[in-house]
Ligand binder design. Structure first.
Ligand SMILES: NC(=O)c1ccc[n+]([C@@H]2O[C@H](COP(=O)([O-])OP(=O)(O)OC[C@H]3O[C@@H](n4cnc5c(N)ncnc54)[C@H](OP(=O)(O)O)[C@@H]3O)[C@@H](O)[C@H]2O)c1
Length: 266
């Protein structure tokens, strides 16, 4: 039996991951905890997974900014199915932001709270139970969804780029800490994936990947216990090159680059 806990399961990547895991492990049996704010989306997903793959789903309608709510969800999931084998902190938002506008401060706060603190709130309540389960030989893995947008500061995306850079660094710290407990930590940095988050972008999105293809590659990377991986791999090459560009050249390249509008919330 595989036990998996996924945040941001009501849409896009999280929803596709739930399908991919349910399908991949249907013969072993799989229980999945699904977290998001939109209850009706979770209910529909749960009905599909139960019908198609006989997956046992546990639904938690909560906001990842609420540490107490996530703690309650985690304790319930542990009580129902035991310590999860895999916890995936995927919930996230993207907003166009510009620091020069006072009214954008709330958007900065929301993006940082959801994309960074939401990840901490997701992992924290599981670690103790996973430590004990791992000591008994169970699989124990924490997976965080970052972004290629966290590699360099993108114009018009100060909040999003900063949140994903923070996520990448936070996950690296966590990985070093979890070595003592033999709990694997995997950072997945998606490039452009076809989901509601990117559907509203009006600019070109190189190597745009279908979400179901992405989800299967994600599950493979987690199975291999990769420490850090960019999907699709072509964006991994781009990410490596981005790191090498000197600041002065980066400024010139991005001065007039298209970016997410401040009106858009996704
Ligand atoms: N799509 C891409 O190209 C891409 C690229 C790089 C990184 N990513 C990252 O991948 C993750 C998933 O993105 P996506 O493309 O699948 O976007 P999406 O379709 O907009 O899904 C976002 C998910 O996060 C959940 N969520 C947002 N705020 C939440 C909150 N406060 N509490 C609980 N759940 C919350 C949403 O559920 P509710 O609204 O129902 O709460 C939804 O299930 C995000 O972390 C995103 O930054 C995506």
């Amino acid at each position: 039996m595989k036990t998996i806990f996924i945040t941001g399961a009501s849409s896009g990547i999280g929803q596709a991951l739930a399908h991919a895991y349910a399908k991949r492990y249907q013969h072993k049996g799989v229980s999945i905890g699904l977290v998001a704010r939109r209850s009706e989306h979770l209910q529909q997903l749960s009905a599909e997974l139960t019908k198609q793959y006989q997956t046992k789903c546990y639904l938690y309608v909560c906001d990842v900014r609420n540490a107490t709510a996530l703690n309650t969800a985690a304790q319930d999931f542990i009580q129902q199915v035991g310590a999860p084998n895999i916890v995936i902190a995927n919930a996230g938002v993207s907003r166009g932001t510009l620091t020069e506008y006072q009214e954008d401060i709330a958007a900065f706060q929301a993006v940082m709270d959801i994309n960074v603190m939401g990840m901490v709130h997701t992992f924290q309540p599981f670690i103790d139970a996973m430590k004990h389960a791992r000591a008994q030989g169970a699989q124990a893995q924490l997976v965080g969804v970052a972004s290629v947008a966290g590699i360099r500061g993108l114009p018009g995306a100060g909040a999003y780029s900063a949140s994903k850079a923070a996520a990448i660094t936070y996950l690296e710290s966590l990985r070093t800490e979890m070595q003592h407990h033999d709990i694997a930590v995997t950072t997945i940095a998606p490039g452009y994936i076809r989901t509601p988050m990117t559907a509203i972008n009006t600019y070109a999105m190189p190597f745009l990947m279908d979400v179901d293809v992405f989800a299967n590659k994600f599950v493979d990377a987690v199975e291999k216990q990769k420490r850090y991986t960019v999907i699709p791999w072509q964006m991994g090459v781009v990410a490596k090159l981005l790191r090498l560009i000197p600041a002065a050249l980066w400024d010139r390249l991005t001065k007039n680059a298209p970016h997410k509008s401040r009106d858009i919330q996704a």
